[in-house]
Design a protein around this ligand. Structure first.
Ligand SMILES: C[S@@+](CC[C@H](N)C(=O)[O-])C[C@H]1O[C@@H](n2cnc3c(N)ncnc32)[C@H](O)[C@@H]1O
Length: 264
């Protein structure tokens, strides 16, 4: 049991609350990672997740029997993730930066789900992250970097209402609005999220976060992988395994952007 305060957990709780209302089919990635591991290895494996957040992906994979380590830079999300660990699970959540992660263990599967890789701001940071990931892969290991969703398709908005509902751990109603700005030339999307938190007693609190997402094209990602000692084994366009590209063109059915990487 930790002695963390409500304010220390606030950001992690809001992340979970938002996902519970808005994530929809993105949650299919959990089954996708599970099936991928089962196809490649006959039994439970060692999995490392970079940017694990509150354990949305790491915890179900651990419940499926895998040994999982999650690394994240947000102490608030890590606190919330650790509080969800049930007895008997082989899982650890560790503070760390995916741009320079220097853990010593080796893993069969290394994951960077839910577009976290697009938070990295330069090619130096991206190659540094991919090299860290490469160093943690066992021989025959696989890395998956999911670059979904496509942020540049998001319309620009000004405090547009996004979600409203009860956040149980806060015992408060939360209203989320988004302000989205696009820089199509530099492929940069900035999202300011405003959370208006109304407690059961009627007091109102505002909380805001700013995210900057750097969209990457297929050629850019291939170049980054090559720079980092990785080979692009496949690029998928859905969590059902459909390819992203067909004859060099985007498949009309593709709605995700998932890279499978192996040691070069
Ligand atoms: C979109 S969330 C994804 C969380 C989780 N993987 C999921 O699928 O729900 C992005 C996460 O990246 C983390 N993050 C951002 N930069 C990071 C870095 N340099 N190293 C580790 N984590 C980072 C954030 O704290 C956040 O939890």
């Amino acid at each position: 049991m930790t002695h963390a305060t409500r304010d220390e957990r606030l950001e992690g709780w809001l992340y979970d609350w938002e996902n519970s209302l808005t994530l929809q089919r993105q949650n299919l990635d959990i089954g996708f990672y599970s099936a991928l591991a089962a196809r490649r290895w006959p039994s439970a494996v060692d999995i490392l997740e970079f940017a694990c957040g509150t354990g949305r992906v790491a915890l179900p994979l651990s419940r499926a029997g895998h040994r999982v380590r999650g690394v994240d830079i947000s102490q608030s999300r890590l606190l919330v993730a650790r509080e969800k660990i049930e007895p008997g699970l082989e899982i650890a959540f560790e503070y760390g930066d995916m741009r320079c992660y220097d853990g010593k263990a080796a893993f069969d599967l290394v994951l960077v789900p839910y577009s976290s890789f697009l938070l990295l701001a330069s090619d130096t940071e991206r190659t540094s992250c991919l090299r860290s990931l490469r160093q943690r892969m066992k021989p025959g290991g696989l890395a998956v970097v999911d670059l979904s969703p496509n942020f540049l398709r998001h319309p620009e908005t000004e405090q547009a209402p996004e979600a409203y509902g009860l956040c149980a751990p806060l015992n408060a109603m939360v209203e989320l609005s988004h302000t989205v700005r696009q820089d199509y030339v530099r492929q940069i999307t900035t999202i300011r999220k405003n959370y208006r938190i109304t407690s059961a007693g009627g007091s109102v609190e505002e909380f805001a976060t700013n995210e900057t997402w750097y969209t990457l094209k297929v050629l850019e990602m291939r170049w980054l992988a090559a720079q980092s000692g990785l080979r692009v084994a496949d690029i998928l366009g859905t969590y059902h395994g459909d390819p992203l590209l067909c004859d060099g063109e985007y498949q009309p059915t593709a709605y995700k952007n998932i890279y499978l990487l192996e040691g070069a």
